[in-house]
Design a protein around this ligand. Structure first.
Ligand code: NAP
Length: 319
């Protein structure tokens, strides 16, 4: 191994945090390598979760709104312009504990990349119901983000699936826009905190459908209705809807980092003092370390912070 084989920084993941880190690292002349993911994958596709949305109206600088995939293409082009190098594979294995970090990718020969520092920006995936039409109508009536898409459902009838804090918080938020919000929960009691339960259950626009599972999502080019199954009455029926928000939890993409990096009980990477992880020279940004805000702009902001943290770390440790 020669010094030439060792990159200054490898960025794993190419959502808003990874691409912002790439732009900053490239402009700092760190020649970043971005392991961007695989186009064929639904959870690890280049560009991250925004590739699965349509209109983005809350990213500053785009008063007319911008399509999620276009926003990500622009960020990627910006990183390319400054010399970032993209590898269109997934990272399948890492060894981050030693001074030289190693990352293996999903090509035929499991090529290994070496670096002095690594920025982890692998994001999180929304848990899905895994029923027919769910993926096809994502962005066309089906959503996993109330903050992102609630605005499109002004005066409409919508439903939120789930019984945890996320579902109830999203349902309450969505009452700002929708005329009617159904919460569909598979059991007869919520998992959410008592205060959220009280708020949701006492809200005049919210109607709770207990003991009920979503069996089908109906519609061709956009959501029209869902088929529900009441598991106490053993009864199936259809509910007309304009929007369906799936809020049954998130899962951070941290499988390959297990046993190396400190994570919380839900698998989110723990950062401290900015974007530092417990491993020297390893930084984390975006949804992989954030279960609170989960927005493109907050991810981009933390990607910028990770690039600055990595650059300072390299200056202090390599020079
Ligand atoms: P969660 O607490 O794991 O709740 C997930 C909910 O989705 C549960 O009610 C679960 O039903 C339901 N569910 C799971 N899989 C399902 C499926 N296949 N079909 C139908 N329903 C399904 O997830 P979360 O609500 O995203 O919260 C995650 C963590 O973040 C929690 O610790 C939560 O307290 C926290 N959080 C806090 C706040 C806040 O404090 N403001 C806001 C959001 C989240 P069962 O109940 O039957 O299992």
């Amino acid at each position: 191994m020669s010094e030439d084989d060792i990159n200054e920084v490898i960025i794993i993941g190419s959502g808003p945090s990874g691409l912002t880190a790439a732009i900053y690292c490239a402009r700092a002349n760190l020649k970043p390598i971005i392991i961007e993911g695989e186009p064929s994958s639904t959870s690890d596709q280049p560009g991250g979760q925004l590739m699965l949305t349509t209109e983005v109206e809350n990213f500053p600088g785009f008063p007319e709104g911008i399509l999620g995939p276009e926003l990500m293409t622009r960020m990627r082009d910006q990183a390319l312009k400054f010399g970032a190098k993209f590898i269109t594979n997934k990272a399948v294995k890492v060894d981050l504990k030693d001074k030289i970090k190693r990352v293996w990718i999903s090509d035929d020969t499991n090529t290994e990349y070496l670096a002095h520092s690594v920025i982890i920006s692998t994001g999180a995936k929304s848990l899905m119901l895994n029923i027919d039409n769910e993926a096809t109508l994502l962005g066309y009536g089906v959503s996993t983000c109330a903050t992102c898409d609630g605005f499109f459902f002004r005066n409409k009838t919508i439903a939120v699936v789930g019984g945890g804090d996320s579902a109830l918080e999203e349902a309450i938020f969505l009452t700002k826009f929708a005329d009617k919000v159904h919460i569909i929960h598979r059991r007869d009691s919520f998992r959410a905190s008592k205060i959220m339960q009280q708020r949701a259950m006492s809200h005049e626009k919210i109607d709770i459908i207990w003991n009920t599972e979503v069996k089908k999502i109906n519609g061709n080019s956009k959501l029209e209705s869902i088929t529900l199954f009441n598991n106490v009455l053993n009864k199936e029926y259809e509910l007309d809807l304009d929007g369906l928000f799936i809020a049954i939890g998130h899962s951070p993409n941290t499988e390959i980092f297990k046993d190396q990096i400190l994570m919380d009980e839900n698998g989110y990477i723990q950062t401290n003092n900015g974007t530092k992880t417990n491993l020297d020279g390893v930084f984390a940004c975006g949804d992989v370390q954030d279960h609170i805000y989960k927005q493109a702009i907050t991810a981009a902001g933390s990607g910028c912070a990770a690039a600055i943290d990595a650059e300072r770390w390299l200056n202090n440790n390599l020079n």
